[in-house]
Design a protein around this ligand. Structure first.
Ligand SMILES: NC(=O)c1ccc[n+]([C@@H]2O[C@H](COP(=O)([O-])OP(=O)(O)OC[C@H]3O[C@@H](n4cnc5c(N)ncnc54)[C@H](OP(=O)(O)O)[C@@H]3O)[C@@H](O)[C@H]2O)c1
Length: 281
């Protein structure tokens, strides 16, 4: 698709990955709405990027419905939903309290579902659209203290597969993006230490991939992509990387510190073709 003049709605667009995606879309000529709960940060980001701010909590159904009313009022159309808003709480199983567990699910799972549901209603009517779900490599395998967050991202990955199966016949592309650790406010907000390291992923790296996935001609799409840093860490579930010639996708040739695992390209009509990429980027 061509991002110029496309209308994009990005949840959690006031910080980190969502903000970088909003920036990349605005630079490409898209008309962009961003959401978040913190009004001041949202307004500041929107002003800096030239995006339209909508203060809304994805976990609150009335907010979600208002979000779509505002987007359609402001831009008259919608081409892309980026389901990016997410939070994490990390505790051992024996210490986990129900309130925090449910809070993570309310944003990462219920919120993503409510947002996708309203987008899908609109996309089904117009017979095209794009839903990009920002999951995580936490959607691929478990880890200590990951009960709520990892389960929420597994759930998002499961919902993605269901939506893709349901919505493909309406020409709606549903993507899953699995970043590994990215330097944003996520870790500090979750109370986790984040060590600075030049090889760690930046929000711009994820935005680069989201943009490339969307810009691919609509005759095909990349249903799922994991983005790992090149410090040698490869999540076990993402290690069955598919083989592709480096010249095949321009986005494979980005910053040398990245590796892309788990790339599949599906052609129209669901003929899956697998490629394995090997070698340095
Ligand atoms: N950073 C990483 O290492 C990493 C790795 C893999 C995946 N991810 C995923 O990437 C996504 C973005 O995370 P990030 O790293 O960019 O974190 P971030 O910098 O903390 O940004 C999170 C954004 O989501 C918004 N948000 C949180 N809860 C919300 C809610 N209920 N309703 C609306 N907006 C909400 C926040 O704004 P308000 O607080 O103002 O609402 C903020 O704009 C998340 O889904 C996260 O799970 C992050």
């Amino acid at each position: 698709m061509n991002l110029k003049n496309a209308v994009a709605l990005i949840t959690g667009g006031s910080s980190g990955i969502g903000r970088a995606i909003a920036q990349a879309f605005v630079t490409s000529g898209s008309r962009v709405a961003i959401t978040g709960r913190d009004e001041r940060r949202l307004a500041e980001t929107a002003r800096e990027l030239g995006a339209h701010p909508i203060r809304a909590n994805v976990a609150v159904e009335a907010d979600v419905e208002r979000t779509y009313r505002e987007v359609l009022q402001q831009f008259g159309d919608l081409d892309i939903l980026v389901n990016n808003a997410g939070i994490g709480v990390f505790k051992s199983l024996v210490d986990f309290d129900r309130e925090n567990f449910e809070a993570v699910f309310a944003t990462n799972v219920t919120g993503a579902m409510l947002m996708a549901r309203e987008a899908a209603k609109y996309f089904v009517k117009r017979q095209r659209g794009n839903i990009v779900n920002i999951a995580s490599t936490a959607a691929l395998r478990g880890a200590p203290n990951g009960t709520a967050y990892y389960a929420s991202k597994f759930a998002l990955r499961g919902m993605t597969e269901c939506w893709r199966a349901e919505l493909r016949k309406y020409n709606i592309r549903v993507f899953l993006v699995n970043p590994s650790e990215v330097v944003t406010n996520f870790y500090p907000t979750a109370g986790l230490p984040q060590k600075e390291n030049a090889t760690k992923l930046r929000a711009e790296d994820i935005a680069f991939i989201v943009k490339a996935m969307l810009e691919m001609d609509d005759r095909g799409f990349t249903p799922e992509l994991s983005i790992l840093n090149a410090s040698g860490y490869v999540a076990p579930a993402a290690s069955h990387v598919f083989q592709a010639g480096a010249g095949m996708f321009p986005f494979l040739k980005c910053a040398g510190r990245l590796e892309y695992g788990f790339a599949r390209i599906l052609m129209k009509g669901w003929s899956p073709a697998s490629y394995q990429y090997s070698g340095g980027l």
